[in-house]
Ligand binder design. Structure first.
Ligand code: NOJ
Ligand code: CA
Length: 675
């Protein structure tokens, strides 16, 4: 379909050379206001008000530098410019086809007194449901090389509340269970971090467009005051840049309830640059199977030997299974040399071009193509980025030659254990989310894009909306996925998905790898889920690539619920969050991008719940056949997770459905538009 011409208005509302203090700007609906001033000895700070009441109290702005006086005081506001913008842009793929970017922008120029007279701009964009701001370092002789030891940005939350967060700076990167604590008990957290204040306001802190910079963690300094803590560099500055440059955007989503909080995360995409890759129709959102779950169950191995999973015969079985059921992709892990021995610590020996002798990559890619299926490549680096970067071009050339157009990468190594290359051939230690890795991921994504290959990193850097600029960066891990249910340690608890939606998922797609209908991990370890919830996760946890993670023989035993996995799309025209509470439950409806059909997913935590879902999202006047996959009356993840009722009934937009969810349960519905 030809893209509609979209609305665009941008107007300079006011500019002043001799700025007033404080500088102020409001959201288009007037409810959110940002105030910037310099107080004390010229210390710049900002506040955010909602309906005149503080949401973020006075919070500092500025930087510590390793080799120059800090940028923190003796500033005056020397110029303020305000503009309005209201545009709508189209996503090549996503949770919604069109995204509206409606905001007022205020650019504040800070000029230092004394000898130095250094200048720093802070640019705020105020939306009806979010605030974003970033620092812009102008070109100036007195501050050209900028070596940042710390960012001084603060978020001083005005009201007490409850926070959902995972620790930052700990060994397991982002793969932690969520803490739910009073805000005043947060220690050091990754973003997104979500807060529900005592008066019910929902706030999430994150960042957008993390490019050539270090990730922002949030450390609670005292009370409810959170402060930026940049992910470490390898000694020396945490960030080194040459002016002019911009920092990533710091984002504050502010919403009345949990559903509105999820919808407010458009701010992350809106603050990223438009698509730099042009026509990306070569990336097709899809579902995929994989030579994968067997390794996590420990019935197969990545390394060579009698349990080797990535053999020609086993991969052929997966290709046949994918072709028969309409799945486009077949991921194969353990196909390449380097997995034997202690692969967690042996990243230097991975080859990204040499297949194991029992894996006939050419025959398999040809066979797959003839059946309408594509192999998905895999590059596990074990964090040895120096080894990976030295082979990057050759690795992607091989995939391009074979017609492999999607690759999963992996950085299994403790946080801080990335091996980065030095010019002299030695390596140094870096963090998964520092400045070096923000650049590494973009090197991979752009090298892949040149060859029309999509990228899905595991143990990644967090998502900050760069899929808008580089739409071949299609998904990533960066939270606890299905694999934890194979290992135990412990498995993901029933509230996990309802926490993810309002925390990790605010940042972007997650390759969670849903759909384990056997409800069993390693050695029969039970998943804390019902079968209906496994289906609902395809709608609830967004990704344009969704794994069909279980073994083919387990789907063969669950053919009726498996039908929903075959039917559910992975690309959406619209998304509506019908209800939800963080960590308790959530119901999401999404419209297929390629038909008139809608899909609904609802998930609960450990409680049984009765939710009501108005179908007013359906087109009025149209009739739909609702294909319902719901927990059976006796379903309970502990005793009877497989109990499911599958039924059909006709509905219209005037109907309201009552959704009965079991403990650890869920519900999935396909609404087929009838003529
Ligand atoms: C961890 C990833 O999350 C998992 O999906 C993968 O199978 C292993 N690393 C091996 O690369
Ligand atoms: Ca992982």
């Amino acid at each position: 379909m030809i893209a509609r011409l979209l609305t665009l208005t941008a107007a300079l509302l006011s500019t002043s050379a001799l700025a007033q203090t404080p500088a102020k700007v409001s959201s288009p609906d007037g409810r959110l206001t940002v105030i910037v001033e310099t107080s004390g000895e010229g210390r710049p700070d900002y506040q955010v008000l909602r309906d005149g009441k503080p949401v973020i109290g006075q919070s500092r702005l500025g930087f510590l530098l390793t080799d120059a006086t800090k940028l923190e005081r003796y500033f005056t506001i020397s110029d303020v410019q305000i503009r309005a913008a209201d545009t709508t842009w189209e996503q090549p793929w996503g949770e919604s086809r069109y995204v509206r970017d409606h905001h007022n922008e205020m650019r504040v120029r800070l000029t230092e007194g004394g000898e130095l007279k250094r200048q720093l701009d802070v640019v705020f964009r105020v939306y009806n449901d979010a605030v974003g701001f970033r620092y812009e370092f102008p070109d100036q002789p007195q501050l050209r090389q900028v070596n940042i030891s710390e960012e001084l940005t603060e978020f001083n939350v005005a009201e007490p509340g409850t926070a959902w967060w995972i620790p930052a700076g700990e060994w397991n990167r982002y793969e932690y269970l969520y803490n739910k604590t009073p805000l005043a008990e947060v220690s050091q957290a990754h973003t997104p971090i979500t807060v529900k204040t005592d008066s019910g306001l929902h706030i999430a802190f994150h960042e957008a467009a993390l490019v050539d910079y270090s990730s922002m963690w949030l450390r609670r300094v005292e009370g409810r005051r959170l402060k930026a803590e940049l992910s470490p560099g390898s000694g020396g500055p945490k960030v080194s840049r040459t002016a002019p440059f911009n920092t990533p955007w710091r984002t504050i989503q502010i919403a009345a309830d949990a559903p509105a909080l999820y919808q407010s995360s458009n701010v992350i995409l809106n603050l990223n640059e438009p698509n730099k890759l042009g026509d990306v129709s070569w990336f097709k959102p899809h579902k995929y199977v994989g030579v994968w779950w067997g390794m996590h169950l420990d019935t197969e191995s990545w390394g060579s030997g009698p349990k080797h999973g990535a053999t020609t015969a086993n991969t052929k079985k997966y290709i046949d299974f994918a072709a028969k059921n309409g799945f486009r992709g077949v991921l194969v892990e353990g196909w390449n040399e380097g997995w034997d021995g202690d692969w967690y610590n042996n990243g230097a020996v991975f080859s990204f071009t040499k297949p194991y002798p029992d894996f006939d990559i050419e025959w398999l890619t040809n066979y797959a193509r003839k059946k309408g299926v594509r192999l998905i490549g895999h590059h596990e680096t074990s964090g040895h980025v120096a080894n990976y970067e030295s082979q990057l071009g050759a690795a992607f050339d091989l995939y391009q030659k074979l017609g492999i157009d999607a690759v999963k990468t992996g950085y299994v190594a403790d946080a801080g254990g990335i091996k980065a290359p030095n010019a002299d051939g030695t390596t140094r230690q870096e963090w998964h989310d520092g400045q070096f890795m923000s650049n590494h991921h973009l090197r991979v994504v752009t090298e892949a894009a040149k060859r029309h290959i999509a990228v899905n990193p595991h143990e990644p850097i967090k998502d900050t909306g760069l899929r808008r600029t580089y739409p071949n960066w299609v998904s990533r891990e960066g939270a606890r996925g299905m694999e934890y249910n194979a290992w135990g340690a412990p498995p993901n608890p029933p509230e996990h998905e309802a926490e993810l939606v309002f925390t990790r998922m605010l940042s972007g797609p997650f390759d969670f790898t849903p759909g384990v209908l056997s409800l069993e991990g390693r050695g029969g370890l039970p998943l804390e889920s019902t079968v209906a919830k496994q289906l609902a996760n395809y709608v609830v946890l967004y990704s344009p690539i969704q794994m069909v993670a279980d073994l083919p023989e387990n789907y063969a035993k669950n053919m009726k619920p498996f039908q929903f996995i075959k039917d559910v799309p992975t690309d959406w025209a619209e998304t509506k969050v019908l209800n939800g509470e963080i960590g308790d439950y959530v119901t999401i409806a999404r419209k297929d991008r390629n038909s008139e059909n809608w899909y609904l997913g609802a998930v609960s935590d450990e409680q049984a719940r009765t939710l009501s879902a108005s179908l007013s999202f359906l087109t009025p006047g149209k009739r739909y056949r609702a294909e319902i996959y719901r927990d059976g009356p006796d379903a309970d993840w502990k005793t009877n997770g497989k109990s499911i009722v599958i039924e059909k009934k006709n509905v219209t937009s005037a109907d309201t459905l009552t959704l009965n969810l079991a403990p650890g349960g869920g519900q999935a519905i396909r609404f087929v538009a009838l003529r």
